[in-house]
Design a protein around this ligand. Sequence first.
Ligand code: FE2
Length: 335
Amino acid sequence: MNTEVTPEKVSVIASEPDPVLGYRSFQFGEFKFTRDAYFVHISWPKGVHTMEVDRFLRAMVRDIGWGFFYGWIFFDDVFGTQNHYGTVDIYAGTYSKGHKETGVDYLETYNTDDVRVAFETISKDWINEGYDPLSAPLETGSPLGAKQQEASGPLIRGFEPARRMLGLAGDVQPRSDETGHPINRAFADLDYDLPDIEAEPGFEDQIHAINLFDHIARADVTWNPSFTSITRACICCVTSEEHMLPVIHGNDRNEWFIQLTDEIHWNIQDKNSGNPRGRIVMKSGDICAMPADIRHQGYSPKRSMLMVLENGTPGLEEKYATGELEPFPITASRW
Ligand SMILES: [Fe+2]
């Protein structure tokens, strides 16, 4: 469902802090959000849903940081958002066969900025110092228990588009020990040889090269783009992944994966029903095109490196939604 009418502005409403646990509850549109020591409870006019607080917060900060990304962000099988690039749906049960059949599904559409403000407000109140939902679970504290001190750092590490070759004057410098980005423990056994650069005289400031593995290995976040290169509509993200993708992503276009190291196990489902469609175990060097009509979630038993390529052409999602484009980049009959 694409909305052409701009929705009314909606502001998030916060309650007084809970007298025992210290967290506020929030209302945004017809959705209500409360958390306790272990769980987040989401209610809407026709239903209520509960999920683990860790899962909720890891999904929510990425949804904010990714700008609601392409297509659908399922926090779990029931609750999530869909990006219409200007407006955002928040839904509960809309893409769950059981909820649909029972008639307790619910969806509201808001302006993107209103959702971002609401999600930031909720996340700030519910994230304590010492817990970073962007870090791998083994590398951060626990989100459980009563409210302590609100985290002071940035909620998200936003996208950082490369404007020139990484490391050239005028662009950001590659990560290094000096900038406080040590090699992650999982990549300590990799070789980090620097490339030879032989520029013709006069071109020394125009040609450069880095060891990309050295760069990705220093990422302090997981399932969040370590660096993003955007050339017109061609988007290339390299990331380090550990534990599970904290959301189930529903594609609205093809998505190309290149597994650079180690392995990721993917569960692939039908986007609308959640029915299983396939399983893929991607090992180092494997390349995969995820179709435009699926939702998927990855599991990385050990920290791994993944390159993701996407076509950001505006309106592409409509061509897939209407069937003008097939959901696969190549069909076998055309070979
Ligand atoms: Fe995806």
